[in-house]
Structures are given as structure tokens and as C-alpha cells.
Ligand binder design. Structure first.
Ligand code: ADP
Ligand code: MG
Length: 480
């Protein structure tokens, strides 16, 4: 059999760090980084006699995420202790949720190959992050507890994903949603969004799922895709040989492009889950749900629908713009400042995005932004009213970006306005035609020569002539 004879079954567990100021059960900073072991307190270090107190902001974030994903929010739920031993988990258990997650069901919506698509969720639950083991040279390891107790939402999908590409798009959509809601930065490189992929194969048409392997350590969308593609091939080879897939956790090694066995997978009973006795049940009121629902921002898919409405943008352009809420917000502000949407989309995608390496810099209240939305709108309108040609406008934009000057200022100070003045252009055209009688005589038989004349006139105007006006005048003069 070949890979094509198997159906790929994937379920993803995505961990999202919530950008709260303090940790989920204590007061030290939840910020990323910092000198090792400086963002700590007795609770997150698991010192005896300390008690957890639930961070309201973490609950709010989980509820908003759940509402945005169409989950059912439990009005009352509990936390549970999940036991395992690892040096980065000082208490010997992680406070998580087990049989009563805060959110049930729901779905993540996105587009796949341009078509609307959704992946059903099993649940979203709240838990605390662990610290970090740092394995140094010579067999020495260090532990940094700055991350211990940082609030996490774990988003668990149903095993309904059918390809590596769909999995990567799903993770992208989760990240986009988290950023739209402003509950986290979704940065995969820094580990504030982490993804575990459960992968199994079954012969097409089979009812039962095959044994799954869980893959960890994928810190980019590309890694998610590459790791799953590799894992599918590995499992297909095993099954073809009549061997079995082991139920285990595997690590993706991006440098070598392979997954490697890390440990055999625990089952739920290995964790000895039981209700956390130090925390009261978590209650969410109907009023809170109503308030949060009313305050949800416009979500990526709604924005997509708005952008692609009648006379709107192409799905491709809309897809690029909605990917990040900063990009979409910037685009909206350019349009609000008076630029026509299609032209604004072109400029944002081809010129602005080509120059920003850090998307959050596009937040339109960022004073350090090289070209703000209203400055771009001004430039676009100078093209609209014929003052600048598209080519000149690109040069002006490059200077706006580096010199931080406005389009109006550059055009005025540098005399950059396009020459559309008919009389002036006519005068130049006549001079050029008179200077090249031979070529003028041959234009009738070889029409391509008109390009030669346009080029010469353009040169004369220092690149500022309006190409359409020049063409029209030359055609008239040359009778072509
Ligand atoms: P475990 O108890 O091993 O953690 P869960 O039932 O909690 O397994 O599921 C964890 C994730 O694995 C979920 O996202 C789920 O959709 C996915 N999953 C479950 N069974 C399979 C399977 N046979 N193949 C692929 N993914 C699966
Ligand atoms: Mg599980």
C-alpha cells in the first residue's frame, strides 16, 4: 500500500499562554523572559503552606476565547490536580482541569484553499504552565521557574483534521483568534503558543482509529506541517511492513527533519487526577457571559466577510489582511482616512507588509510607525487625482518610509508631481518627433516604435510625464 491508501487522522492540543500581568494562582510577573528565577513567589515555587488564589484576568481570557470559538461555557467548573514528577514542576502536580473544563465544544473557523472550513473543538481548559529545564553542557541542568504558574488555555481539537496543511492552517487560525482577542501574543518561537499533534493512520474506509503518536516541539507553522508530513510517512511505512505504531510521545527535530521517540505515552490514570481541594469551584454568571459576548471584537472570519462583500477585495487580499489584527486595523484606518479599499489593499500588501518585520509595530497608535495610515491614504489620493503616477508614487513611498516625510511635502519640495499639463507635454513631444524624422516615418509600418518615442519624452520630463497623456499625444502626432 502507499500513503494514499491511508486516511490521516490528526487531533491538535494547542497551549496558549495568556498575557496576564501576574500568574494564574499567585502574584509574580507572568511576563516572558527575565533573569532566571526572578519572576517567582512562594506559591508558584510550590513551597509548603502556600495556597493558590485564582487570577480573575485568566478566567476572563478563557471565557472570551470560548465565546469567540462558539463553545459552551460552564457556569460552574472545577480545577484538578494532574500528578507527574519533573524538576520544573515543584509541587509534584500541575493544577489543571480534567472532567470539568471551563469550555466545551465549539469550533475554529478558517479558510482552506479559499473555502470556508471549520475544525470542531472538544474542549478548552485552564491550567498553569510549568517551569523550564535548561540542559547545559557536561550533563548539568538548570531550572528556571519564571514560567511556572503562567496561565495557559489548552485548546483540544476533535480528531477531525485530515492533513498536515489543514493542521498548520488551524494553528494559524488559533493564533489569529488569540491575537484578535488580545489575550496572548501567540508567539510560537518564544513558546507562548505551543502545539502537540496527535497523528494516526487508518486504512481508508475503516471505522476504528489507528494507534496515535503524539508529536511535540514544533515551534513554527512550517514545523507543524513538516513534522506531521514526516510522521505520516513514518507510520505508513510501519503499517505497510505489518508492524505496529507505538503509542508514544515523539519529538520533532527540525534540523534533521525527523521525529524521534521521547517516551511512551501516559494514560489519564497515570496522572492520578483528583479535584483540587485548595480552590473553590469556579462560577461564571449569566451576566458576565452577556457582557463578554457584547464586548467581543470583530473576529477574523467576520472581517473577511466584510472585506469581500459586494465590490470588495479579492479573497486572496482579504486573507492576507485579516491574518493579523494589526494589519487589518492598519488597512481599516487607511480606508477610513479616505483611500479607496482596493488600492489601499494593494499598497498595504505590496509596500507596507514588505517593509515591516514585526507585525505588532503596525498597531496604528504606534508613534514609531514609519508611514501611518493617514499618510498612506494621502499618497494614494495623490495617485487618484493624477498628481503622481504609480511609479513615482512608489519612489515617494520609499522616501516617506526612510525620511519620515509626508507625500504632500515630498511632492512639493522636490517638484515630483507628474506632468499632466497637456500644452507642456505636447511641446516636448513635438520636439522629440522633429528630432527623429526617420523613426517617425517608420512608425506606421512598425508600431512598436511608439515605445521609443514614449521613452524619449519620459526621459525629457525626468520620469514625471503622465504616461497615458504622452501616449495619446504621440499617437495623434505620429498618426499611428
Ligand atoms: P490522550 O488521553 O492520549 O491525551 P485524548 O483523548 O485526550 O488522548 O486526545 C488528545 C488529542 O488527540 C485530541 O486532540 C484528540 O482529538 C486526538 N486524538 C485522539 N485519538 C486520536 C487518534 N486515534 N488519532 C489522532 N488523534 C487522536
Ligand atoms: Mg489528553
Amino acid at each position: 500500500m502507499s500513503v494514499a491508501d491511508y486516511e490521516v487522522v490528526i487531533g491538535l492540543e494547542v497551549h496558549v499562554q495568556l498575557a496576564t500581568r501576574s500568574k494564574i494562582f499567585s502574584w509574580s510577573s507572568a511576563a516572558f523572559g527575565g533573569e532566571p528565577n526572578t519572576h517567582t513567589d512562594p506559591v508558584c515555587l510550590g513551597l509548603p503552606g502556600t495556597l493558590p488564589v485564582l487570577n480573575r484576568a485568566a478566567v476572563d481570557s478563557a471565557v472570551r476565547l470560548g465565546l469567540a470559538a462558539g463553545c459552551t461555557i460552564r457556569r460552574r467548573c472545577r480545577f484538578a490536580r494532574k500528578h507527574f514528577f519533573y524538576p520544573d514542576l515543584p509541587k509534584g502536580f500541575q493544577i489543571s482541569q480534567f472532567d470539568e473544563p471551563i469550555c466545551d465544544g465549539g469550533a475554529i473557523k478558517f479558510r482552506l484553499h479559499g473555502e470556508p472550513h471549520e475544525v470542531a473543538l472538544t474542549r478548552i481548559h485552564l491550567e498553569e504552565d510549568t517551569g523550564k529545564n535548561i540542559h547545559a553542557a557536561a550533563g548539568v541542568s538548570f531550572v528556571d521557574y519564571n514560567r511556572a504558574g503562567v496561565p495557559l488555555c489548552e485548546i483540544v481539537s476533535e480528531p477531525n483534521i485530515r492533513s498536515a496543511e489543514e493542521a498548520a492552517e488551524y494553528v494559524r487560525a488559533v493564533r489569529s483568534l488569540v491575537r484578535y482577542l488580545g489575550i496572548g501574543d501567540g508567539n510560537m518561537e518564544e513558546g507562548s503558543l505551543r502545539c502537540d499533534a496527535n497523528v494516526s493512520l487508518r486504512v481508508r474506509g475503516a471505522a476504528a482509529y489507528g494507534t496515535k503518536a503524539e508529536i511535540k516541539n514544533m515551534n513554527s507553522f512550517k514545523n507543524v506541517r513538516d513534522a506531521i508530513e514526516h510522521e505520516v510517512k513514518r507510520q505508513a511505512t510501519l503499517l505497510d511492513r505489518g508492524e505496529r505504531v507505538a503509542q508514544e510521545t515523539r519529538l520533532w527535530d527540525p534540523a534533521r527533519g525527523v521525529t524521534q521517540s521521547m517516551r511512551s505515552k501516559e494514560s489519564a490514570h497515570d496522572y492520578r487526577y483528583f479535584p483540587e481541594p485548595d480552590l473553590p469551584p469556579l462560577v461564571v454568571t449569566e451576566q458576565q457571559l452577556t457582557d463578554f459576548r457584547a464586548a467581543l471584537p470583530e473576529l477574523p472570519e467576520d472581517r473577511f466577510a466584510r472585506y469581500t462583500g459586494p465590490g470588495g477585495l479579492t479573497p486572496q487580499d482579504a486573507g492576507v489582511l485579516i491574518a493579523d489584527h494589526e494589519i487589518a486595523g492598519y488597512f481599516d484606518a487607511v480606508v477610513a482616512a479616505g483611500a479607496p479599499p482596493k488600492r489601499a489593499a494593494n499598497w498595504v500588501i505590496n509596500e507596507v507588509l514588505a517593509r515591516v518585520s514585526h507585525i505588532p509595530d503596525l498597531a496604528f497608535d504606534n508613534p514609531g510607525l514609519e508611514v501611518g495610515p493617514s499618510a498612506l491614504a494621502e499618497l494614494i489620493n495623490l495617485i487618484e487625482d493624477g498628481t503622481l503616477s504609480g511609479k513615482l508614487a512608489k519612489d515617494v513611498f520609499a522616501r516617506m518610509w526612510t525620511e519620515r516625510r509626508t507625500a504632500g511635502d515630498l511632492v512639493k519640495a522636490e517638484g515630483l508631481a507628474q506632468v499632466s499639463d497637456g500644452a507642456a507635454l505636447e511641446e516636448i513631444c513635438k520636439r522629440i518627433v522633429a528630432a527623429h524624422p526617420e523613426e517617425a516615418a517608420r512608425v506606421q509600418s512598425s508600431p512598436k516604435l511608439i515605445g521609443f518615442f514614449v521613452g524619449a519624452v519620459m526621459k525629457e520630463t525626468g520620469g514625471k510625464g503622465n504616461p497615458k497623456a504622452i501616449n495619446d499625444i504621440l499617437k495623434r502626432l505620429l498618426g499611428s
